[in-house]
Design a protein around this ligand. Structure first.
Ligand code: ASP
Ligand code: MG
Length: 421
């Protein structure tokens, strides 16, 4: 069997969903299809949640009405008889309205997972109904019952063994050739919904591939494949046709948007190739990530990670940084879920670069108990693999560099964000 994953951009419009039907209709293998929420639905649901947490029920319901209309418009365009499509999602919007009206917003992270996960449930209901209507028989499955996770809300980790038992039982391909489930979501052992981290649908697809021993996993994207840089930020980008799991992990860690960093491990563990394929031109090969390649990457790779914060901590008692204080500082950052993208240490201080997030201020407060803390925000981290003087000059040129790390092959430059006039 194969796993196909379609992201938010692929399902943002009726046209995209028709294209999924077109792609899937050409496949004779057994398939497990993983689908994200439509377009920017997750962002919109985060706003619904924030308003709900502020107990502004009226505003949260109004925002939800926007989300609802967006989905009904797509349904109206997609189905000959739109009542069929509407029937697939009406009960879900009713559940959401009930939560928003009667719920009490206590724990943010838990409510996040309970509410925001509906984006995927709704999109998969629509896609499944449309495929069925197009003559593509499929079974819709609820990943909240199949992927068992821990209770680390908003960043849950899948428990592979428990999930395998459930998933293999349901998706055994005896009665159906195609199963369709949600990316990004699961549930803890008690059945409370969880989410796997923003952009986590790739990870879901990889986990499903691992648990069902897939022949391959394909992520369909609105790009030609894996490029050596983000074409929105850099000129003259080129396609990288093949890379190893190791390359992919490094790139994802540096902040390459193409795949979620957690995606590689479940695939590497079972030696399952990951294809990144162009949604708009399904006959093109795209890129493949696998164990080994005869064609090492021979172009410089540029990755820009935005919205970075540089934190420098120095123990208050002037003790040397190594050992105890180092592990103390990292324990605090880990607890507050800061994503560390670079580390540098000196005799009495450690500097780390982290993604800015809603958890930052809590972490800074707690670090302040034992350390003198300094930080700078509005930074961006450029990673260059395959470094040359020319490329450094071209990309960092006149910019203010706060921190630099360089090895023979790669360089990392932490710079102030460029202010666009
Ligand atoms: N819908 C979720 C998000 O936008 C998960 C995903 O798309 O991978 O973050
Ligand atoms: Mg998405």
């Amino acid at each position: 069997m194969k796993v196909y994953k379609f992201g938010g951009a692929s399902v943002r419009s009726a046209e995209g969903i028709r294209n999924i039907a077109h792609i899937v209709s050409g496949v004779s293998d057994n398939l497990f299809i993983v689908v994200s929420a439509m377009g920017k639905t997750t962002n919109a649901m985060e706003i619904v949640l924030d308003l709900f947490m502020k107990a502004d029920h009226k505003a949260s319901l109004a925002k939800l009405a926007e989300v609802e209309n967006y989905h009904y418009e797509i349904i109206a365009e997609l189905f000959a008889d739109k009542t069929k499509g509407n029937a697939a999602v009406e009960p879900l919007f009713a559940e959401l309205k009930m939560y928003l009206t009667e719920g009490v917003g206590d724990e943010y992270d838990r409510w996040y997972d309970r509410l925001v996960s509906y984006g995927e449930v709704i999109s998969t209901r629509i896609v499944s109904a449309f495929l069925a209507e197009s003559g593509i028989a499929n079974e819709w499955v609820d990943m909240r019952g199949l992927l068992v996770t821990d209770s680390n809300y908003r960043e849950a980790n899948v428990r592979m063994e428990d999930s395998q038992v459930r998933l293999q039982k349901v998706a055994d391909f005896s009665k159906n050739r195609i199963y369709l489930g949600q990316g990004f979501i699961g549930a803890n052992i008690k059945g409370d919904p969880t989410t796997l981290g923003r952009e986590g649908s790739d990870y879901s697809a990889a986990v499903v591939g691992n648990l069902l021993n897939a022949e391959s996993v394909s992520i369909w994207k609105d790009v030609p494949g894996i490029l050596n840089a983000d074409p929105r930020l850099f000129e003259n980008t080129v396609l990288i046709p093949e890379m190893t799991y190791l390359d992919a992990v490094e790139l994802a860690y540096s902040g390459a948007q193409i795949i979620h960093p957690k995606t590689i491990k479940p695939l590497q563990n079972k030696n399952i190739p990951l294809f990144v394929r162009p949604f708009g031109s399904p006959t093109e090969a795209g890129s493949v990530i696998k164990a080994t390649t005869e064609k090492p990457i021979d172009v410089p790779v540029l990755i820009l990670r935005k919205n970075q914060v540089l934190i420098t901590v120095r123990p208050r008692d002037f003790s040397f940084v190594l050992e105890e204080s180092l592990s103390k500082a990292f324990a605090v950052m880990n607890k507050h879920r800061l994503k560390v993208s670079l580390i540098q240490s000196s005799a009495i201080s450690i500097s780390v670069c982290v993604d800015n997030s809603r958890y930052l201020s809590g972490a800074l407060d707690e670090l302040g108990n034992d350390f003198n803390v300094n930080y700078n925000d509005s930074l961006e981290l450029l990673t260059i693999r395959g470094i040359s003087e020319e490329i450094v000059e071209k990309t960092t040129g006149s910019r203010t560099i706060l921190l630099k790390q360089q090895t023979r092959r790669s360089g990392r430059f932490l710079m102030r964000e460029e202010v666009n006039s």
